[in-house]
Design a binder for this molecule. Structure first.
Ligand SMILES: [Fe+2]
Length: 511
């Protein structure tokens, strides 16, 4: 499911492109009768990705499976293997070695630490004595493994250049996440397309949205995030039981509306039916359990807060009637309120988050009006952003992909789409604020169960899903922007160093 609103018509428009892809044909062949098996003890690595790149750290992931096998999803059956990354500052001298954070796994996760800002590094990952090939990009330009094309035609080593840190003094960090879909049981479904049967959790394992959210919260804490913003599609269908479960899992991060905040996505809209009967009558339709759970009483489903001098505005982008498969929209009241908030806080450093993006560009799938907020409202909002010197970031979900966009209508505002928490690549973006700017870095969630589900759900849309969701460039998920944020105050950590160390030990032990 490319985003929350992908339809049969979208798929048919897109499938012509996909069918022309050799990978697509190959996937069909793998799923068909022509599968060929080789020695089971022959293990191959695939799907190399440079996921995270900060000024001092890189996270590299890949997968190992039994060569020539098929687990029924069009990929090799998982096979635990060794894994290491050799790296250095010259392609012929990879003189440093980093091992997997968790050795002997099929779901490899290696961190390179101690990188120097501005330096170019070269690396090669190996498992079972073989170099790991990149996740193939056949429908899009760009690559999954480096900040340049170095090594792509020669089979590696690959290369990346480390960014400079944001200027100034570190203030605090926030997790930006979305599309948690608690309650969902099948990922990658497209209505009316029988070939796309979707992907389910391995029988006997916990529900995948919960696996992913649990790790997301644990990883966010381990990275020292002070706040967490979840931009919609908290649940699959806004059922009370799923809203409660999402709240329970998010509570592990801290206190609601002090430490973590949510906004509504189209999946969280008011529904009809027995499960919803106990909730308030929705403003537009059905019964609104999301409103009851997260904005009880007379509160509206949108809000504005000052956090350490940072203005945070949360939008309800499905404040309208509908079945969730049309453009997002703010009610007239909410749009008026939003514009007033922007005007009243013109000079404050401001971050806006909401489910539907303002702008969706450069996709291998068709871009439809339902991908974004209502077009007329987008024009109004971007016009206001251009007049608002304080706003620096608008975080959105809905598309289930990592994408960094700058609109010429408001060039000073970073528009960031963040991939879904609940499926491949599965994770969150860490926003780090400094007095002179900010960094955005995407992290895959990293518990063993989360890494396993990320690799399993990679097979959505005949295995073409990564080309949509990961981000076509490292810079779609890792950026640094210079900006005067000196009015924002630092957070004094609520956790001691020993708390952080204990959390790190628990994380390593839980696998
Ligand atoms: Fe979603």
């Amino acid at each position: 499911m490319p985003g929350c609103d992908f339809t049969r018509r979208d798929f048919l428009k897109w499938s012509g492109v996909a069918a022309a892809s050799p990978l697509f044909a190959q996937r069909l062949l793998i799923n068909g009768a022509g599968r060929e098996r080789r020695r089971r003890d022959d293990i191959s690595p695939v799907n190399l990705e440079l996921v995270t790149l900060t000024e001092d750290r890189a996270v590299i992931t890949w997968y190992t499976g039994y060569t020539g096998t098929d687990d029924g999803l069009g990929r090799m059956r998982p096979a635990a293997a060794d894994g290491e990354v050799r790296w250095g500052t010259h392609p012929d001298r990879l003189n440093r070695v980093a091992g997997s954070r968790w050795p002997d796994t099929a779901y490899h996760y290696v961190e390179l630490r101690g990188l120097e800002p501005g330096r170019t590094y070269y690396y090669e990952a190996r498992s079972n004595g073989m170099p790991v090939p990149p996740t193939p990009f056949t429908l899009i330009t760009g690559n999954a493994v480096g900040t340049s094309d170095f090594g792509l035609t020669t089979g590696g080593p690959y290369s990346f250049t480390v960014p400079e840190p944001p200027p100034g003094r570190f203030l605090f960090s926030m997790v930006l996440c979305n599309d948690l879909h608690v309650g969902e049981t099948t990922a990658g479904l497209v209505g009316g397309i029988p070939e796309l049967t979707g992907i389910q959790q391995v029988p006997g394992r916990p529900p995948y949205p919960e696996v992913m959210l649990e790790s997301l919260v644990d990883d966010s804490r381990a990275l020292g995030a002070s706040y967490l913003l979840a931009a919609g599609d908290i649940t699959a269908e806004a059922e009370p039981v799923d809203l409660t479960r999402a709240g329970q899992l998010l509570k592990r991060f801290g206190r609601y509306r002090r430490d973590w905040f949510v906004t509504r996505g189209n999946h969280d809209r008011a529904h009809d039916g027995e499960a919803y009967a106990g909730c308030r009558v929705g403003e537009w339709q059905g019964h609104d359990c999301f409103h009851d759970r997260f904005f009880p009483g007379d509160q509206p489903t949108y809000f504005s807060r000052a956090l350490q001098g940072l203005r945070v505005i949360g939008l309800d982008t499905y404040d309208k009637p509908g079945r969730g498969n049309d453009p997002g929209g703010l009610s007239a009241d909410q749009l008026d309120w939003f514009r007033t908030e922007l005007a009243e806080h013109r000079a404050e450093p401001t971050l806006v988050f909401g489910h539907h993006p303002l702008v969706v560009q450069e996709s291998p799938f068709p871009i439809t009006p339902s991908n974004t907020l209502d077009a007329a409202q987008v024009a109004t909002v971007l016009g206001d952003y251009a007049q608002h010197p304080g706003i620096f970031l608008h975080h959105a979900g809905h598309t289930h992909r990592n994408k960094h966009t700058i609109s010429p209508l408001a060039p000073a505002v970073t528009l960031q789409e963040v991939a879904a928490g609940k499926e491949y690549p599965g994770g969150f973006t860490l926003l780090r604020l400094y007095t002179g700017g900010f960094a955005l870095n995407f992290y895959k969630t990293r518990s063993r169960a989360a890494r396993a589900w990320s690799e399993r759900s990679r097979q959505e849309i005949f295995g073409l899903w990564p080309q949509f969701a990961l981000g076509s460039r490292v810079a779609d998920r890792n950026i640094v922007v210079s900006r005067d944020l000196s009015d924002v105050q630092p957070v004094r950590s609520r956790r001691s160093a020993s708390d952080a160390a204990a959390e790190e030990r628990r994380e390593l032990a839980r696998d």
